[in-house]
Design a protein around this ligand. Structure first.
Ligand code: BTN
Length: 238
């Protein structure tokens, strides 16, 4: 896959978007650091040197609505294989080690009519970022690969290259396959969780993912709700 490297960008998502609008290629953009890295829910993504910041543009995927779950499951599997670490995923797209966030995914699609023009899959992975560098408010629930793999700084280019080679497989996974792969790493199933958005908070038991990508929550009344907006965050209670 064509891969473009940058030292510093505002956001690899923005660079990928401007190229995707002008070409019909599939490609990846990698930056050593981002000035305005973006996360979900309008949040910023802490992006100093030492992290992995990749945006990948695909023109076609078999199961668009589950693409971000597919990428999360693929990354979990990749980290497990490469670094022998125990990795979990949390809906909609958090990658966790020891219950702390090591990476996240931001998918942004351009759809015209009902046809996919492109999807930009943004991946942020904390690799060689020392804990004391993280803003104080994230420090207790964030982790970097270097903390778990005791072998000095890891080779970012090598990790990026291997990861990009694997992410290509996601294009061909159907929705069923994705759900099976996701469930292997899901850390919320059967657990009591709190569902949080800007204006609602409630608790329930996580009962898995539906085919449309929504999280199924069982309330104490037994009623099941589908949480299908990316504006929610899930906190595991017990
Ligand atoms: C999240 O909120 O968990 C998603 C974080 C996604 C961050 C990545 S880093 C590469 C790409 N460029 C961005 O500005 N964001 C994504």
């Amino acid at each position: 896959m064509i891969t473009l490297f940058f030292n510093q960008v505002d956001s690899t998502q923005n660079i990928a978007k401007s190229i995707a609008e002008k070409t019909s290629d599939e490609f990846a953009v990698i930056a050593r650091q981002q000035i305005s890295g973006r996360g979900r829910r309008g949040r910023s993504w802490f992006s100093p040197l030492g992290g992995l910041y990749i945006s990948i543009v695909f023109r076609k995927v078999k199961c668009l609505r589950l693409t971000s779950l597919a990428v999360a499951a693929l990354i979990a599997n990749f980290l497990e294989k490469e670094f022998k670490v125990n990795v979990k995923v949390k809906w909609p797209n958090d990658i966790l080690i020891n219950n702390k966030k090591i990476g996240g995914i931001l998918c942004e699609a351009s759809i015209k009519g009902n046809k996919l023009e492109y999807i930009i899959i943004g991946i942020g992975l904390n690799v060689n970022i020392p804990r004391e560098l993280f803003p104080i408010e994230f420090r207790s629930n964030t982790i970097s690969l270097i903390e778990i793999v005791n072998s000095g700084d890891l080779n970012l280019e090598e990790i990026a290259g291997k990861l990009i080679n694997e992410i290509i497989y996601v294009k061909d996974w159907n929705c069923n396959e994705i759900l099976i792969k996701w469930l292997k790493y899901d850390c919320t199933i059967g657990r009591k969780v709190e569902v949080i958005s800007d204006n609602i908070r409630f608790t329930g038991i996580a009962r898995g993912i539906d085919f449309d990508g929504s999280l199924i929550i069982e309330l104490s009344s037994g009623e099941r709700l589908k949480i299908n907006s990316s504006n929610y965050t899930i906190r595991i209670l017990s």
